[in-house]
Design a protein around this ligand. Structure first.
Ligand code: NAP
Length: 251
């Protein structure tokens, strides 16, 4: 273990965009906590790949949609690394396509608990560790929003779009709240990215099917979003805070 290397927590880091962030971060010298909810196999496989490539990572189980899960995640990171320098609030879910009159209260509660409350609560724990107000050395937070926040996802999942709109607003507010405490807060809005999230929403071919509607005529790859997130975490973005970058191929 190289103790002077910065530590990054990526929620939902085991698959998709989060996994690409973990791999890229490890290559750039971050020690990485790879959070997952239930698929331990995917997290362990990624940690092994990062180690094989000379990086340092741990798998951390925990549901960001529960207080107990968030407590367990941060306790595991504290125990393994004893420092905290960056958070990527990436864990997020969609649901099956539905009109608003078909959406149950349970569906909305789960969506907002994971996508909104989870991100805000993880940011709070990160601020407690990074803020100079509490003796920390500063750091960076990147929230993963979605182009859905501005497009609205009519007829598909307006609840998901609304949850990402909340992430945009939270990014702006938190950036201003902790700007004098050494913490930068930014967000990315991915467009249609080729990951398993579409299958989890019952639309496995969504990324391919939407290609012709995207100005760049193709879905994005997870590593293309990861590169933007790594930029926002890096000293190259030292004067960037409260920004929300579209990574959407022009969508
Ligand atoms: P994905 O391929 O479905 O991967 C989701 C990851 O999040 C997995 O590692 C999963 O862990 C984890 N996860 C799910 N629920 C969790 C919870 N309650 N607590 C902790 N971890 C949880 O998703 P993705 O496409 O990479 O999406 C990542 C983020 O990008 C999400 O916030 C999503 O809304 C956003 N986004 C994606 C797209 C796109 O087109 N893909 C577009 C715009 C925005 P397990 O393996 O244990 O399930």
């Amino acid at each position: 273990m190289i103790a002077d290397r910065p530590v990054l927590l990526v929620t939902g880091g085991s698959r998709g965009i989060g996994a690409a962030v973990c791999s890229a971060a490890a290559r750039q010298g971050w020690r990485v906590a790879v959070n997952y909810a239930s698929n331990k196999g995917a997290a362990d496989k990624l940690v092994a790949a990062i180690s094989d490539a000379g990086g340092e990572a741990i798998a951390v189980e925990g549901d960001v949609g529960s207080e107990a899960g968030i407590g367990a995640i941060f306790a595991a990171v504290d125990q393994a690394f004893g420092r905290f320098d960056g958070l990527v609030n990436n864990a997020g879910i969609v649901d099956v396509p539905a009109r608003i009159d078909e959406m149950s209260a349970e569906r909305l509660e789960r969506m907002f608990r994971i996508n909104i409350t989870g991100s805000i609560r993880c940011a709070a724990e990160a601020v407690r560790r990074m803020s100079t107000r509490f003796g920390g050395k500063g750091g960076a937070i990147v929230n993963v929003s979605s182009m859905a926040a501005v497009l609205g996802s009519a007829g598909q999942y307006v609840d998901y779009a609304a949850s990402k709109g909340a992430i945009d607003t939270f990014t702006i507010g938190l950036a201003r709240e902790v700007a004098t405490e050494g913490i930068r807060v930014n967000a990315v809005r991915p467009g249609v990215i080729d990951t398993e999230i579409h299958a989890s929403g019952g639309l496995p071919d969504r990324a391919r099917d939407m290609a012709s509607s995207i100005p760049l005529q193709r879905p994005g790859q997870a590593n293309e979003v990861a590169d933007t997130i790594l930029y926002l975490l890096s000293p190259s973005a030292s004067y960037v805070t409260g920004a929300i970058l579209n990574v959407s191929g022009g969508r």
